[in-house]
Ligand binder design. Structure first.
Ligand code: NAP
Length: 279
């Protein structure tokens, strides 16, 4: 079984980013990361994103607010960041605390600065197959992983476990655009194992530690594991038991070191693209 490593995919994306930065003739793109509260997962993602942008020669500004900031106050702060001429793109760390209306923020964010595809306009473009917007970074990262590993989606059956607006649904649309035949599973799917086994490509995005193993995978199938979970020993793991795929899957992404690493690269590419459009 071949491990599809995120670092190799990120190296290819870096070439595209460098070309965009060249076009900017010395202008340095600025990413605004917006966080509410001190969720360790958010802080860890934020640190990774800051480090990656710096390494690629781009800047980040972190806007962190207390978990008890009022809905009204957060909306007006967010609107200010959105209008800040120095900010080329925005990453909003989600989910937000329950008292803050995410739907309102999705409507406020400018589609041109919405690097993670949360605005209705960018989502509509993903569903319409229009590439002029920004798709959710993780969903797009899955496509990059497959393409970088020379996997042609045309005519392939792709089974996705998970139907969130962050991964499952937008990925289904991106894969359809690449001419895959897509099946999306969720908690009410009755014959999950059989449906997964039919996929030439199985994408796990359920957020359940090691819920899928080799028995869910077609012989010589391809597995992309989007899940980021912590196992009983406190170690990072995916939705798929990677070891159990040996002798069954032909290729699979590890966790850590798989899709997660590519997601921040896609974010960086979106930032460079947003800056190119503005300058
Ligand atoms: P989410 O919003 O919780 O959605 C999970 C989806 O999986 C839901 O559609 C749910 O079905 C489905 N699901 C859960 N348990 C299932 C089961 N036992 N059988 C079948 N379907 C099941 O999660 P998310 O935000 O999409 O994230 C999914 C995973 O990806 C998480 O582990 C997250 O940490 C990870 N993630 C990784 C990256 C990255 O950069 N690699 C980025 C974002 C997220 P229902 O709709 O029926 O509830």
């Amino acid at each position: 079984m071949i491990a599809m490593k995120g670092a190799e995919v990120s190296a290819k994306i870096k070439e595209e980013i460098d070309k965009k930065l060249e076009q900017l003739e010395g202008y340095i793109p600025v990413l605004a990361i917006v966080r509410v509260g001190e969720n360790p997962d958010d802080i860890s993602y934020e640190k990774g994103a800051v480090k990656r942008m710096e390494k690629l020669g781009m800047k980040t500004k972190v806007f962190a607010y207390p978990a008890d900031i009022s809905n009204q106050e957060f909306k007006s702060r967010f609107a200010e960041i959105n209008q800040d001429a120095e900010v080329d793109g925005i990453l909003l760390l989600r989910p937000l605390p329950k008292h803050i209306c995410e739907k309102d923020i999705e409507k406020i964010i400018s589609p041109d600065k919405d690097l993670d595809g949360i605005s209705p306009e960018n989502i509509a473009k993903v569903f319409a197959g229009d590439e002029s917007g920004f798709a959710p970074c993780t969903a797009e990262a899955v496509i990059h992983v497959l393409k970088a590993n020379h996997i042609d989606l045309t005519g392939k059956k792709m089974t996705i476990v998970g139907r969130s607006m962050v991964v499952g649904k937008p990925l289904a649309m991106l894969a359809l655009k690449e001419n895959a035949t897509v099946t999306v599973c969720h908690t009410r799917t009755k014959d999950l194992k059989e449906t997964c086994q039919k996929g030439d490509i199985l994408v796990a995005a359920a957020g359940k530690a090691k819920m899928l193993d080799g028995s869910y995978v077609k012989q010589d199938g391809i597995v992309v594991d989007v899940g980021i979970n912590v196992d009983e020993d406190g170690k990072l793991c995916g939705d798929v038991d990677f070891q159990s795929l040996e002798g069954i899957a032909s290729m699979a992404t590890p966790v850590p070191g798989g899709v997660g690493a590519v997601t921040t690269s896609v974010l960086a590419m979106h930032l460079a693209e947003a800056a190119c459009r503005r300058h």
